[in-house]
Design a protein around this ligand. Structure first.
Ligand SMILES: O=c1[nH]cnc2cc3nc(NCCN4CCOCC4)[nH]c3cc12
Length: 381
Protein backbone atom coordinates (compact mmCIF):
# COMPACT_ATOMS: atom_id res chain seq x y z
CA UNK A 1 0.00 0.00 0.00
CA UNK A 2 1.63 3.32 -1.06
CA UNK A 3 1.90 6.26 1.31
CA UNK A 4 -0.12 8.54 -1.02
CA UNK A 5 -3.20 10.16 0.56
CA UNK A 6 -5.67 7.46 1.50
CA UNK A 7 -9.36 7.55 2.23
CA UNK A 8 -9.49 8.80 5.82
CA UNK A 9 -9.94 6.23 8.58
CA UNK A 10 -13.58 6.19 9.65
CA UNK A 11 -16.07 4.42 11.92
CA UNK A 12 -19.79 4.12 11.20
CA UNK A 13 -22.18 3.20 14.03
CA UNK A 14 -24.79 1.20 12.11
CA UNK A 15 -27.15 -0.04 14.86
CA UNK A 16 -27.44 -0.26 18.62
CA UNK A 17 -29.37 -2.81 20.71
CA UNK A 18 -29.22 -1.71 24.32
CA UNK A 19 -25.56 -0.82 24.88
CA UNK A 20 -24.46 -3.35 22.23
CA UNK A 21 -23.23 -1.71 18.99
CA UNK A 22 -22.94 -2.88 15.41
CA UNK A 23 -20.48 -0.81 13.41
CA UNK A 24 -17.99 -0.69 10.56
CA UNK A 25 -14.41 0.59 10.57
CA UNK A 26 -12.90 1.65 7.23
CA UNK A 27 -9.10 1.25 7.07
CA UNK A 28 -6.54 1.46 4.20
CA UNK A 29 -6.61 -2.35 4.18
CA UNK A 30 -10.34 -2.95 4.13
CA UNK A 31 -13.43 -2.82 6.30
CA UNK A 32 -13.60 -4.22 9.84
CA UNK A 33 -17.08 -5.36 10.92
CA UNK A 34 -17.72 -4.71 14.60
CA UNK A 35 -18.08 -6.18 17.15
CA UNK A 36 -14.82 -7.75 15.96
CA UNK A 37 -12.47 -10.36 17.39
CA UNK A 38 -8.85 -9.81 16.33
CA UNK A 39 -6.72 -12.99 16.27
CA UNK A 40 -3.29 -12.37 17.77
CA UNK A 41 -0.42 -12.57 15.27
CA UNK A 42 2.43 -11.91 17.73
CA UNK A 43 5.57 -12.52 15.63
CA UNK A 44 4.01 -11.76 12.23
CA UNK A 45 2.03 -14.98 12.24
CA UNK A 46 -1.18 -16.23 13.81
CA UNK A 47 0.47 -19.31 15.27
CA UNK A 48 -0.29 -22.63 13.49
CA UNK A 49 -2.49 -20.92 10.87
CA UNK A 50 -2.05 -19.81 7.26
CA UNK A 51 -3.12 -16.18 6.66
CA UNK A 52 -5.76 -17.24 4.12
CA UNK A 53 -7.21 -19.72 6.65
CA UNK A 54 -7.55 -16.91 9.21
CA UNK A 55 -9.24 -14.75 6.58
CA UNK A 56 -11.59 -17.56 5.48
CA UNK A 57 -12.83 -17.86 9.07
CA UNK A 58 -14.07 -14.26 8.84
CA UNK A 59 -11.30 -12.26 10.52
CA UNK A 60 -11.13 -8.70 9.10
CA UNK A 61 -8.18 -7.63 11.26
CA UNK A 62 -5.32 -9.24 13.19
CA UNK A 63 -3.05 -7.95 15.94
CA UNK A 64 0.74 -7.57 15.68
CA UNK A 65 2.96 -7.15 18.75
CA UNK A 66 5.35 -4.21 18.62
CA UNK A 67 7.62 -5.52 21.41
CA UNK A 68 8.29 -8.83 19.66
CA UNK A 69 8.72 -7.34 16.17
CA UNK A 70 11.01 -4.50 17.29
CA UNK A 71 13.39 -7.13 18.71
CA UNK A 72 13.07 -9.71 15.91
CA UNK A 73 13.32 -9.05 12.94
CA UNK A 74 13.25 -5.27 13.91
CA UNK A 75 10.77 -2.73 12.55
CA UNK A 76 13.43 -1.29 10.21
CA UNK A 77 13.88 -4.68 8.49
CA UNK A 78 10.09 -5.19 8.15
CA UNK A 79 9.85 -1.70 6.61
CA UNK A 80 12.72 -2.50 4.21
CA UNK A 81 10.78 -5.62 3.15
CA UNK A 82 7.61 -3.66 2.33
CA UNK A 83 5.88 -3.40 5.71
CA UNK A 84 4.09 -5.96 7.87
CA UNK A 85 1.11 -6.57 5.51
CA UNK A 86 3.44 -7.57 2.66
CA UNK A 87 5.97 -9.31 4.91
CA UNK A 88 3.39 -11.71 6.35
CA UNK A 89 1.09 -11.84 3.32
CA UNK A 90 -1.89 -10.43 5.21
CA UNK A 91 -3.45 -7.77 2.90
CA UNK A 92 -6.26 -6.94 5.37
CA UNK A 93 -6.31 -4.64 8.41
CA UNK A 94 -3.60 -4.86 11.08
CA UNK A 95 -3.77 -3.39 14.59
CA UNK A 96 -0.53 -3.14 16.55
CA UNK A 97 -0.13 -2.67 20.27
CA UNK A 98 2.36 -0.12 21.59
CA UNK A 99 4.70 -2.70 23.11
CA UNK A 100 4.41 -1.20 26.58
CA UNK A 101 2.38 -4.01 28.09
CA UNK A 102 4.87 -6.65 26.91
CA UNK A 103 7.89 -4.62 27.97
CA UNK A 104 6.39 -4.72 31.48
CA UNK A 105 5.52 -8.41 31.29
CA UNK A 106 8.43 -9.89 29.32
CA UNK A 107 11.50 -7.62 29.24
CA UNK A 108 14.31 -7.62 31.79
CA UNK A 109 15.94 -4.84 33.82
CA UNK A 110 13.16 -2.36 33.09
CA UNK A 111 13.58 1.26 34.15
CA UNK A 112 10.50 3.51 34.03
CA UNK A 113 10.85 7.27 33.65
CA UNK A 114 8.85 10.22 32.30
CA UNK A 115 10.76 9.70 29.04
CA UNK A 116 9.68 6.09 28.64
CA UNK A 117 10.87 2.60 29.59
CA UNK A 118 14.44 1.40 29.13
CA UNK A 119 14.83 -2.38 29.13
CA UNK A 120 16.90 -5.29 27.99
CA UNK A 121 15.63 -7.84 25.45
CA UNK A 122 14.54 -11.14 27.01
CA UNK A 123 16.25 -12.83 24.02
CA UNK A 124 19.81 -11.51 24.03
CA UNK A 125 19.95 -8.86 26.76
CA UNK A 126 20.42 -6.01 24.24
CA UNK A 127 19.44 -2.55 25.56
CA UNK A 128 16.36 -0.73 24.21
CA UNK A 129 14.31 2.38 24.97
CA UNK A 130 10.54 2.47 24.49
CA UNK A 131 9.18 6.01 24.52
CA UNK A 132 5.83 7.23 23.16
CA UNK A 133 7.71 8.60 20.14
CA UNK A 134 9.72 5.41 19.51
CA UNK A 135 6.61 3.21 19.84
CA UNK A 136 4.74 5.26 17.21
CA UNK A 137 7.83 5.29 14.97
CA UNK A 138 7.96 1.46 15.15
CA UNK A 139 4.23 1.07 14.47
CA UNK A 140 4.61 3.45 11.52
CA UNK A 141 7.54 1.43 10.13
CA UNK A 142 5.40 -1.72 10.39
CA UNK A 143 2.69 0.13 8.41
CA UNK A 144 0.03 -0.56 11.05
CA UNK A 145 -3.51 0.58 10.19
CA UNK A 146 -4.56 0.97 13.84
CA UNK A 147 -1.83 2.04 16.28
CA UNK A 148 -1.82 2.29 20.07
CA UNK A 149 -0.44 5.05 22.28
CA UNK A 150 2.26 4.02 24.75
CA UNK A 151 0.63 3.76 28.16
CA UNK A 152 1.32 2.38 31.60
CA UNK A 153 -0.84 -0.56 32.61
CA UNK A 154 -0.54 -1.62 36.26
CA UNK A 155 -1.56 -4.91 37.87
CA UNK A 156 -4.58 -5.00 40.16
CA UNK A 157 -5.22 -4.69 43.06
CA UNK A 158 -3.32 -1.41 43.51
CA UNK A 159 -3.46 1.68 45.75
CA UNK A 160 -5.51 4.62 44.44
CA UNK A 161 -2.39 6.82 44.41
CA UNK A 162 -0.54 4.29 42.23
CA UNK A 163 -3.49 3.98 39.85
CA UNK A 164 -3.81 7.78 39.60
CA UNK A 165 -0.09 8.24 38.92
CA UNK A 166 -0.12 5.64 36.12
CA UNK A 167 -3.31 7.15 34.69
CA UNK A 168 -1.79 10.64 34.56
CA UNK A 169 1.47 9.37 33.04
CA UNK A 170 -0.58 7.57 30.39
CA UNK A 171 -2.45 10.80 29.61
CA UNK A 172 0.84 12.68 29.17
CA UNK A 173 2.09 9.85 26.94
CA UNK A 174 -1.20 9.95 25.00
CA UNK A 175 -0.42 13.54 24.04
CA UNK A 176 3.18 12.74 23.03
CA UNK A 177 2.02 9.68 21.05
CA UNK A 178 -0.51 11.83 19.18
CA UNK A 179 2.12 14.46 18.35
CA UNK A 180 4.48 11.81 16.94
CA UNK A 181 1.63 10.09 15.01
CA UNK A 182 0.72 13.38 13.32
CA UNK A 183 4.40 14.20 12.69
CA UNK A 184 4.64 10.89 10.78
CA UNK A 185 1.56 11.73 8.72
CA UNK A 186 -0.60 8.93 10.10
CA UNK A 187 -3.99 10.61 9.49
CA UNK A 188 -3.05 11.38 5.86
CA UNK A 189 -2.29 7.69 5.31
CA UNK A 190 -5.75 6.74 6.60
CA UNK A 191 -4.17 5.24 9.71
CA UNK A 192 -5.64 5.46 13.21
CA UNK A 193 -4.18 6.09 16.65
CA UNK A 194 -6.18 4.96 19.67
CA UNK A 195 -5.85 6.53 23.11
CA UNK A 196 -6.00 4.09 26.03
CA UNK A 197 -8.26 4.66 29.04
CA UNK A 198 -6.71 3.65 32.34
CA UNK A 199 -7.88 4.14 35.93
CA UNK A 200 -7.61 0.59 37.34
CA UNK A 201 -10.64 -0.59 39.34
CA UNK A 202 -11.46 2.92 40.55
CA UNK A 203 -14.72 4.22 39.01
CA UNK A 204 -13.90 7.91 39.51
CA UNK A 205 -10.46 7.55 37.92
CA UNK A 206 -11.94 5.54 35.06
CA UNK A 207 -14.43 8.33 34.30
CA UNK A 208 -11.73 11.02 34.63
CA UNK A 209 -9.38 9.13 32.30
CA UNK A 210 -12.09 8.52 29.69
CA UNK A 211 -13.28 12.15 29.77
CA UNK A 212 -9.80 13.69 29.52
CA UNK A 213 -8.82 11.26 26.75
CA UNK A 214 -12.10 11.88 24.91
CA UNK A 215 -11.17 15.57 24.68
CA UNK A 216 -8.04 14.58 22.70
CA UNK A 217 -8.27 13.87 18.93
CA UNK A 218 -8.01 10.08 18.58
CA UNK A 219 -9.60 7.92 15.86
CA UNK A 220 -10.58 5.36 18.50
CA UNK A 221 -10.27 4.59 22.18
CA UNK A 222 -9.06 1.48 23.99
CA UNK A 223 -10.02 0.40 27.48
CA UNK A 224 -6.75 -0.71 29.08
CA UNK A 225 -5.71 -1.76 32.53
CA UNK A 226 -8.24 -4.61 32.70
CA UNK A 227 -7.93 -8.40 32.34
CA UNK A 228 -4.88 -8.05 34.57
CA UNK A 229 -6.00 -10.43 37.29
CA UNK A 230 -9.16 -8.74 38.57
CA UNK A 231 -12.39 -10.77 38.93
CA UNK A 232 -14.69 -10.69 35.88
CA UNK A 233 -17.32 -8.72 37.78
CA UNK A 234 -14.80 -5.96 38.51
CA UNK A 235 -13.88 -5.76 34.81
CA UNK A 236 -17.55 -5.61 33.80
CA UNK A 237 -18.29 -2.98 36.46
CA UNK A 238 -15.48 -0.81 35.09
CA UNK A 239 -16.98 -1.11 31.59
CA UNK A 240 -20.37 -0.04 32.95
CA UNK A 241 -18.89 3.23 34.25
CA UNK A 242 -16.43 3.80 31.38
CA UNK A 243 -18.16 3.19 28.02
CA UNK A 244 -21.03 5.64 28.77
CA UNK A 245 -18.49 8.49 28.96
CA UNK A 246 -16.50 7.43 25.86
CA UNK A 247 -17.13 9.06 22.48
CA UNK A 248 -20.18 7.41 20.87
CA UNK A 249 -18.99 7.61 17.27
CA UNK A 250 -15.50 6.21 17.76
CA UNK A 251 -14.54 2.51 18.10
CA UNK A 252 -13.94 1.10 21.58
CA UNK A 253 -11.34 -1.67 21.99
CA UNK A 254 -11.09 -3.73 25.19
CA UNK A 255 -7.48 -4.91 25.28
CA UNK A 256 -6.59 -8.52 25.95
CA UNK A 257 -10.17 -9.79 26.29
CA UNK A 258 -11.06 -12.55 26.37
CA UNK A 259 -13.03 -15.72 26.85
CA UNK A 260 -16.27 -16.12 24.84
CA UNK A 261 -18.24 -15.14 27.96
CA UNK A 262 -16.05 -12.05 28.59
CA UNK A 263 -16.66 -10.98 24.99
CA UNK A 264 -20.43 -11.53 25.10
CA UNK A 265 -20.77 -9.58 28.38
CA UNK A 266 -18.45 -6.79 27.15
CA UNK A 267 -20.39 -6.35 23.90
CA UNK A 268 -23.46 -5.94 26.10
CA UNK A 269 -21.59 -3.07 27.80
CA UNK A 270 -20.63 -1.16 24.64
CA UNK A 271 -17.33 -2.64 23.41
CA UNK A 272 -16.58 -2.98 19.67
CA UNK A 273 -13.13 -4.65 19.37
CA UNK A 274 -11.42 -7.53 21.17
CA UNK A 275 -8.11 -9.37 21.06
CA UNK A 276 -6.93 -12.33 23.11
CA UNK A 277 -4.36 -15.13 22.88
CA UNK A 278 -6.91 -17.48 24.48
CA UNK A 279 -8.24 -19.26 21.34
CA UNK A 280 -4.79 -19.73 19.77
CA UNK A 281 -2.89 -20.50 23.01
CA UNK A 282 -5.63 -22.88 24.26
CA UNK A 283 -5.53 -24.64 20.88
CA UNK A 284 -1.85 -25.38 21.39
CA UNK A 285 -2.65 -26.81 24.82
CA UNK A 286 -5.37 -29.26 23.79
CA UNK A 287 -8.37 -27.11 24.67
CA UNK A 288 -11.28 -26.71 22.22
CA UNK A 289 -13.96 -24.02 22.33
CA UNK A 290 -17.35 -25.13 20.97
CA UNK A 291 -20.95 -23.93 20.90
CA UNK A 292 -21.56 -26.09 23.97
CA UNK A 293 -18.62 -25.02 26.08
CA UNK A 294 -15.01 -26.09 26.38
CA UNK A 295 -13.66 -29.58 25.63
CA UNK A 296 -10.28 -30.55 27.08
CA UNK A 297 -8.95 -33.10 24.60
CA UNK A 298 -6.22 -34.15 27.03
CA UNK A 299 -8.91 -35.86 29.09
CA UNK A 300 -8.97 -39.67 28.71
CA UNK A 301 -12.78 -39.66 28.47
CA UNK A 302 -12.36 -38.69 24.79
CA UNK A 303 -10.06 -41.63 23.95
CA UNK A 304 -12.77 -43.62 22.12
CA UNK A 305 -15.31 -40.93 21.31
CA UNK A 306 -15.97 -41.16 17.55
CA UNK A 307 -17.92 -37.87 17.40
CA UNK A 308 -16.38 -34.70 15.95
CA UNK A 309 -16.34 -31.56 18.11
CA UNK A 310 -19.47 -30.30 16.33
CA UNK A 311 -20.89 -32.08 13.26
CA UNK A 312 -22.98 -29.03 12.30
CA UNK A 313 -19.99 -26.69 12.07
CA UNK A 314 -18.61 -25.33 8.77
CA UNK A 315 -15.00 -25.66 9.89
CA UNK A 316 -13.30 -28.94 8.73
CA UNK A 317 -11.28 -29.11 11.98
CA UNK A 318 -14.54 -29.05 13.95
CA UNK A 319 -16.54 -31.36 11.70
CA UNK A 320 -14.20 -33.90 10.06
CA UNK A 321 -12.06 -35.25 12.91
CA UNK A 322 -13.16 -37.40 15.84
CA UNK A 323 -12.52 -36.44 19.44
CA UNK A 324 -10.69 -39.76 19.77
CA UNK A 325 -8.31 -38.72 17.00
CA UNK A 326 -7.81 -35.23 18.47
CA UNK A 327 -7.20 -36.81 21.88
CA UNK A 328 -4.57 -39.10 20.30
CA UNK A 329 -2.82 -36.21 18.54
CA UNK A 330 -2.73 -34.18 21.77
CA UNK A 331 -1.49 -37.14 23.81
CA UNK A 332 1.39 -37.92 21.41
CA UNK A 333 2.09 -34.20 21.02
CA UNK A 334 1.70 -34.15 17.26
CA UNK A 335 1.89 -30.75 15.46
CA UNK A 336 -1.46 -31.43 13.79
CA UNK A 337 -3.15 -31.18 17.22
CA UNK A 338 -2.21 -27.49 17.54
CA UNK A 339 -3.16 -26.86 13.91
CA UNK A 340 -6.62 -28.44 14.13
CA UNK A 341 -7.51 -27.06 17.58
CA UNK A 342 -6.31 -23.55 16.74
CA UNK A 343 -8.36 -23.74 13.54
CA UNK A 344 -11.40 -24.93 15.51
CA UNK A 345 -11.01 -22.26 18.22
CA UNK A 346 -10.62 -19.33 15.84
CA UNK A 347 -13.56 -20.69 13.81
CA UNK A 348 -15.68 -20.77 16.96
CA UNK A 349 -14.66 -17.23 18.00
CA UNK A 350 -15.55 -15.86 14.55
CA UNK A 351 -18.81 -17.87 14.60
CA UNK A 352 -19.64 -16.21 17.93
CA UNK A 353 -18.79 -12.73 16.57
CA UNK A 354 -20.96 -13.28 13.49
CA UNK A 355 -23.82 -14.38 15.75
CA UNK A 356 -23.35 -11.26 17.87
CA UNK A 357 -23.31 -8.95 14.82
CA UNK A 358 -26.42 -10.61 13.34
CA UNK A 359 -28.28 -10.44 16.67
CA UNK A 360 -27.56 -6.71 17.12
CA UNK A 361 -28.72 -6.05 13.54
CA UNK A 362 -31.94 -8.00 14.27
CA UNK A 363 -32.46 -6.28 17.63
CA UNK A 364 -32.36 -9.67 19.37
CA UNK A 365 -29.01 -9.40 21.17
CA UNK A 366 -30.44 -10.01 24.66
CA UNK A 367 -32.10 -13.26 23.52
CA UNK A 368 -28.89 -14.27 21.74
CA UNK A 369 -26.87 -13.63 24.89
CA UNK A 370 -29.16 -15.74 27.07
CA UNK A 371 -29.41 -18.59 24.55
CA UNK A 372 -25.64 -18.65 24.01
CA UNK A 373 -24.98 -18.85 27.76
CA UNK A 374 -27.54 -21.66 28.09
CA UNK A 375 -25.78 -23.57 25.30
CA UNK A 376 -22.41 -23.14 27.00
CA UNK A 377 -23.90 -24.34 30.28
CA UNK A 378 -25.40 -27.37 28.50
CA UNK A 379 -21.85 -28.53 28.25
CA UNK A 380 -20.35 -31.02 25.95
CA UNK A 381 -23.04 -33.72 25.69
O1 LIG B 1 -3.68 -1.45 29.56
C1 LIG B 1 -3.17 -2.02 28.58
N1 LIG B 1 -2.40 -1.31 27.72
C2 LIG B 1 -1.81 -1.90 26.65
N2 LIG B 1 -1.94 -3.19 26.36
C3 LIG B 1 -2.69 -3.98 27.21
C4 LIG B 1 -2.80 -5.35 26.94
C5 LIG B 1 -3.54 -6.14 27.81
N3 LIG B 1 -3.76 -7.50 27.83
C6 LIG B 1 -4.49 -7.71 28.93
N4 LIG B 1 -4.89 -8.91 29.34
C7 LIG B 1 -4.41 -10.10 28.66
C8 LIG B 1 -4.92 -11.26 29.45
N5 LIG B 1 -4.53 -12.47 28.75
C9 LIG B 1 -5.63 -13.44 28.86
C10 LIG B 1 -5.22 -14.75 28.22
O2 LIG B 1 -4.00 -15.22 28.79
C11 LIG B 1 -2.90 -14.31 28.66
C12 LIG B 1 -3.25 -12.98 29.31
N6 LIG B 1 -4.80 -6.58 29.59
C13 LIG B 1 -4.19 -5.58 28.93
C14 LIG B 1 -4.10 -4.23 29.19
C15 LIG B 1 -3.34 -3.42 28.33
Amino acid sequence: MSDQAQKPFSFKLLKTDGAARRGEITTPHGVVRTPAFMPVGTQATVKAMYPQQVRDLGADVILGNTYHLMLRPTAERVAKLGGLHHFMNWPHAILTDSGGFQVMSLAQLRKMSEEGVSFRSHHDGSKHMMSPERSIEIQGLLGSDIQMQLDQCIALPAERSEIEEAMNLSLRWADRSRTQFEKMGGPGKGQALYGIVQGGDNPELRVESAQRLGEMPFEGYSVGGLAVGEPQEVMLRMLEVTTPVMPVHKPRYLMGVGTPEDILESVARGIDQFDCVMPTRAGRHGLAYTRFGKVNLKNARHAEDPRPLDEEADCPATRDYSRAYLHHLVRVNEGLAAMLLTWNNLAYYQFLMQGIRDAIEAGTFEDFRQKTKEDWARGDL
